[in-house]
Write a protein that binds this ligand. Structure first.
Ligand code: NDP
Length: 231
């Protein structure tokens, strides 16, 4: 039977690539979207991950459509870059709320049904900057580093229930999020000399969600062209 998958922020960018990759592998895939229309061919649920009510309603719809979520990909994320000296408190907390507390909300909602199933896969989308740091991104880097401690703690709590929790840490990926950046300056520091395509991240997520990754949990997998050198 097809597994029930939920990808947050699955309407564009990396999340959409992950959703398409898992759907192509035979899973029943739902994606969250905030506005506009859900992508064609995928089950879309409107959900802002900063709202627990939205998260609850989204899970209820997904469970009714395709059963309890067995694979959760917490991918939704935002940036609000500015130097710390200029950063207002809500610029900091908004990013934490969407990127880190958002992952908490969906993981918290997913975990009990996974415990009942006695199996589950949670994949958190972090970033290379979680461990390297990034000027102008104290809020974003803190949120992405937080996902690592969060995920590893979850891995310890639920390993005995057959649930794995892993983190992917992409480098620079060609999406709307990186569209305004200076490509030449970025590429200089990447051993592979280019940005990633969303599909290159999606295929790693597909592996982590697969049976082939059955003995991997609490791991942080870099998908960064060598930018972080394994950090
Ligand atoms: P995009 O900006 O292209 O897409 C972001 C996605 O997150 C959209 O689907 C967006 O929904 C969704 N989203 C944002 N905030 C919320 C929210 N509050 N509730 C629900 N959905 C939300 O980004 P990417 O595809 O590039 O990034 C995806 C993930 O990968 C993010 O977590 C990002 O931090 C991470 N990442 C990206 C890298 C890159 O180089 N691009 C590198 C490393 C990590 P909507 O369309 O409604 O706005």
């Amino acid at each position: 039977m097809a597994r029930s998958v939920l990808v947050t922020g699955g309407n564009r960018g990396i999340g959409l690539a992950i959703a398409r990759e898992l759907a192509a592998a035979g899973d029943a895939v739902a994606v969250t979207y905030r506005s506009g229309e859900p992508p064609e061919g995928l089950f879309g649920v409107r959900c802002d991950v900063t709202s627990m009510d939205d998260v609850e309603a989204a899970f209820e719809k997904v469970e009714a459509e395709q059963g309890p979520v067995e694979v959760l990909v917490a991918n939704a994320g935002i940036t609000k870059d500015t130097l710390l000296a200029m950063m207002k408190e809500d610029t900091f907390t908004d990013v934490i709320d969407a990127n880190l507390t958002g992952a908490y909300r969906v993981a918290k909602r997913a975990i009990r049904p996974m415990m009942k199933l006695k199996r589950g896969r949670v994949i958190l989308v972090s970033s290379v900057v979680a461990l390297l740091g990034s000027a102008g991104q104290t809020n974003y880097a803190a949120s992405k580093a937080g996902l690592i401690g969060f995920g590893r703690s979850m891995a310890r709590e639920y390993g005995s229930r057959g649930i794995t929790v892993n983190v992917v840490a992409p480098g620079f990926v060609q999406t709307d999020m990186t569209a305004g950046l200076d490509e030449e300056a970025i590429i200089k520091n990447i051993p592979l000399g280019r940005q990633a395509s969303p599909g290159e991240v999606a295929r790693v997520v597909r592996f982590l969600a697969s049976d082939d990754a059955s003995y991997i949990t609490g791991a942080v997998i870099p998908v960064d062209g060598g930018l972080g050198m394994g950090h």
